[in-house]
Ligand binder design. Structure first.
Ligand SMILES: NC(=O)c1ccc[n+]([C@@H]2O[C@H](COP(=O)([O-])OP(=O)(O)OC[C@H]3O[C@@H](n4cnc5c(N)ncnc54)[C@H](OP(=O)(O)O)[C@@H]3O)[C@@H](O)[C@H]2O)c1
Length: 287
């Protein structure tokens, strides 16, 4: 892995880089913006803006959001537009009411065009299908995604919550460059999908990288490894993901400036093999 030499002092840069689609180089420790609209309970746009700006100051250049995350896309544009060079905003579409998949082609087009408007972009660097809709033929869903890419509205395409089989079928219809599945130290059911990403040169973006906080305080081994490194449990959980595969791109989410700094600093942690084995033994394996 290489790094941009001009800014090695920024913590996120210690995570190294990954080239999305072989072209868009980002540092592997990014930020997930799902929780920003509800930052600290009451929506406080100024707090969300400050977190986004701080993330960029810390060297984050990959921000994940979605059409379905309330005002998240608007907050990103308000805080960061005109965007700093090299910032990659990854968004998603195709999630309807109640979090149900909605893969109707007209819906996917409307979601993508809405994201372009809200993010004030001409092209979305990485647009992810939030969920495959089991009610709509795959060819219809990926057909419109292909059209949007050919129209220049999307540069690269990703998918979310897919099986290996779904990923393979999707890749027959359109070039897929990233997969976003739930995956963390305690929830490793997507190991096979991660392996498929590694083999194909795709980025793997684990969502809920600290199990939405549920991972913390649950394992004496995690606590002991963290204490030994003078780190927090969240940092060790994130460092384990970075260590797990060079294909991993992290997007931990937080509404707290302290947690943001803590999470980004996880890029500076180097786990030794004994700790890795102990952590993997102590927490849940593939299920
Ligand atoms: N593709 C999908 O279907 C999908 C689904 C869900 C999420 N996502 C993406 O994945 C991103 C991350 O997922 P996530 O936010 O659900 O889960 P997460 O990153 O595992 O956990 C976030 C939760 O942990 C807490 N937290 C964060 N850092 C912490 C720290 N250092 N110490 C203690 N607690 C900490 C946060 O609360 P505080 O605010 O108090 O820090 C928040 O409640 C989202 O922002 C979104 O972009 C994708």
């Amino acid at each position: 892995m290489t790094d941009r030499p001009e800014a090695r002092s920024l913590p996120a840069h210690a995570s190294g880089t990954f080239a999305i689609g072989g072209e868009l180089s980002v540092h592997r420790l990014g930020f997930g913006a799902m929780r920003l609209p509800g930052v600290r309970g009451e929506p406080r746009p100024s707090a969300a803006h400050e977190i986004l700006r701080e993330a960029v100051r810390l060297g984050v250049d990959l921000i994940d959001t979605a059409q379905a995350y309330g005002r998240s896309e608007d907050l990103i544009a308000e805080a960061l537009h005109p965007y700093p060079e090299g910032l990659v905003i990854a968004t998603k579409g195709g999630l309807g009411r109640g979090g149900r998949p909605d893969g109707r082609p007209e819906r996917l087009r409307a979601d993508c065009e809405g994201s372009l408007r809200r993010l004030r972009l001409d092209t979305i660097d990485l647009w992810q299908l939030h969920r495959i809709d089991p009610e709509i033929p795959l060819e219809e869903q990926f057909g419109v995604v292909r059209e949007l890419r050919d129209e220049g509205k999307i540069r690269f395409v990703g998918v979310s919550e897919v099986s290996v089989d779904e990923l393979r079928r999707a890749r027959q219809m359109v070039d897929i460059v990233t997969v976003q599945n739930r995956f963390n130290l305690a929830e490793r059911a997507a190991e096979d999908v991660l392996g498929e990403c590694e083999a194909g040169g795709l980025g793997f973006v684990p969502w809920a990288p600290i199990a939405m906080g549920d991972l913390l305080g649950t394992s004496s081994t995690l606590a002991a490894v963290a204490a030994g490194l003078e780190a927090t449990e969240a940092q060790v959980a994130l460092a384990w993901l970075l260590h797990r595969s060079p294909a991993v791109l992290l997007i931990p989410g937080t509404g707290s400036p302290e947690h943001l700094r803590e999470n980004v600093s996880a890029a500076l942690i180097e786990l030794v093999e004994n700790d890795v084995l102990a952590l993997e033994d102590a927490t849940q394996g593939p299920s």
